[in-house]
Design a protein around this ligand. Structure first.
Ligand code: NAI
Length: 286
């Protein structure tokens, strides 16, 4: 495929809004879609204010900031994705919901378009096999928040082509990211290692080993992590963490991946972390 110039981003939550911003700032034409109109309005506002803040801190020129805003369009119709070169999906972490969306996208986007998923853990091979273009389906896993974090983990499904891989890698590099490549096994590289650590931190809290503050301080000062695991779980979203643990458990079949009952209970109670105002910690500003 020739150079990627336009992108459709599905899901305007934490990740999708950041990916759309990154693409717009790097000169791509962007469509951002969400099934929830409130999420679209919130993303519109937050992207505009983040671009404004980059301009006021001299991290982006006024002209580039204005161009980025012009590059962005918001929609509630997948039909607007007809001519995009790549779709990056960042919707809820559910295999069933993602597959359904990929089938729809496959019927709408042009034949040459790449379909990428920002999934944290779900099999790219299985998502790909729901479409008629499995060689053009790939995992493009950004870290949170996408405009800030330096890494993109690219996941090759069993049938992902070299062309698809190379085009996706070039795009991530144009965004200024360092790329790592993972084979398609549950959790890939980053979450295969990170999520069991977060789950273990929940177990430490659940069994009364220590307070949440001491667990986080232990990992920050004891192992040089910039954020403690419980604080990081709130940042990621406890629902997302729980979904990933379930994918690890089902995909790798080892009971060591069973989600901690406290994590399950928090999610059941709607304590999703920063995005809902309360998770392990309570936040005054969402
Ligand atoms: P989020 O909950 O902030 O946003 C998801 C958005 O998708 C919501 O606005 C929702 O309305 C929308 N949505 C759900 N189903 C849809 C559909 N069928 N069509 C259109 N829009 C739909 O979730 P977040 O955190 O942005 O995660 C999105 C994806 O990114 C997940 O697959 C997650 O595993 C992955 N991810 C999350 C990271 C994190 O730190 N939160 C990091 C890296 C990847």
């Amino acid at each position: 495929m020739s150079e990627i110039r336009s992108v459709g981003v599905v899901g305007a939550g934490q990740m999708g809004s950041g990916i759309a911003q990154l693409a717009a700032v790097n000169g791509l034409q962007v469509w951002l879609l969400d099934s929830d109109s409130a999420a679209v309005s919130k993303a519109h506002q937050s992207i505009s204010s983040r671009i404004q803040s980059l301009v006021s801190k001299d991290l982006l020129t006024k002209e580039k900031g204005a161009e980025a805003v012009r590059n962005l369009r918001f929609t509630s119709s997948l039909e607007d994705f007809r001519s995009v070169d790549i779709v990056i999906e960042a919707i809820v972490e559910s295999e069933e919901v993602k597959k359904k969306l990929f089938v729809q996208l496959d019927n709408i986007v042009k034949d040459s378009a790449i379909l990428a998923s920002n999934t944290s853990s779900i099999s790219i091979t299985r998502i790909a096999s729901a479409t008629r273009r499995p060689s053009q389906v790939i995992g493009m896993h950004f870290m949170n928040p996408p405009p800030v974090m330096k890494l993109v983990e690219i996941i090759r499904g069993a049938t992902t082509s070299d062309n698809t891989f190379n085009a996706t890698k070039s795009l991530a590099e144009r965004f200024g990211k360092k790329v790592i490549c993972s084979q398609d096994y549950s959790g890939f590289i980053v979450n295969r290692i990170l999520m069991p650590m977060i789950n273990e931190a929940f177990h430490a809290l659940y069994t009364g080993v220590a307070t949440k503050e001491d667990i986080d301080t232990g990992m920050k000062l004891g192992t040089n992590h910039p954020m403690g695991p419980l604080e990081l779980a709130d940042h990621i979203g406890l629902d997302v963490c729980l979904s990933i643990m379930k994918v690890l458990l089902n995909g790798l079949g080892d009971s060591k991946y069973s989600p901690c009952p406290l994590l399950v209970q928090y999610v059941d109670a709607g304590r999703l972390g920063r995005k809902s105002g309360v998770g392990v910690y309570t936040y005054s500003k969402i």
